[in-house]
Every structure is written in structure tokens, then in C-alpha cells.
Ligand binder design. Structure first.
Ligand SMILES: [Zn+2]
Length: 88
């Protein structure tokens, strides 16, 4: 996603996790979560309305619970997915 959009979402959400309110840490950094999954809605990747700030813990919960396919396919790919997410 675009750096500009990422910055906009962080600013809008006040640099805290929308779920638990943490400001993040080295172990649990903040990231951008896409409400509508990128895989299904690639056009919404750079739409700030489809993004929210989550900490890594909430992000993992969100992705593990709401995405059925994440459990099987993404278990091994999660780390790579995460790194891509962080570097944008
Ligand atoms: Zn959180």
C-alpha cells in the first residue's frame, strides 16, 4: 500500500490500536489492518476507509479468526505476509 495512505491512517487513528488502544511496542508494533481483505478487494488497499490501525496481537487475532483460509494456507506464510505488510 502507499506510504501516504499508511501515514494518513496512522494520523487519523491517533497512533494507537483501534481494538485495545495500545500505542505499540517493539514486541507488539502497530500496523495497518484492511477491513475488507486485500486478497478479495485489491482496489481497496489504498482506501483509508478500509484501513485501521491495529497492534500485531490484535491483527493476528483478526486474521486468524475472521479469515477461514488463514488457518490452513497462511500458517507457514504468515511471517512473509507480515514482513510485506510492514514494509508496504
Ligand atoms: Zn491491539
Amino acid at each position: 500500500m502507499k506510504k501516504q495512505v499508511r501515514a494518513e491512517v496512522f494520523l487519523r487513528d491517533g497512533f494507537v490500536c483501534k481494538k485495545c488502544g495500545t500505542a505499540g511496542s517493539k514486541r507488539n508494533p502497530l500496523t495497518i489492518h484492511h477491513i475488507m481483505p486485500k486478497s478479495k478487494y485489491p482496489k481497496l488497499v489504498n482506501d483509508p476507509d478500509n484501513c485501521q490501525v491495529l497492534c500485531r496481537e490484535c491483527y493476528d487475532i483478526e486474521h486468524g479468526v475472521s479469515r477461514g483460509e488463514a488457518r490452513t494456507k497462511k500458517r507457514t506464510r504468515r511471517r512473509r505476509y507480515w514482513e510485506r505488510e510492514m514494509t508496504g
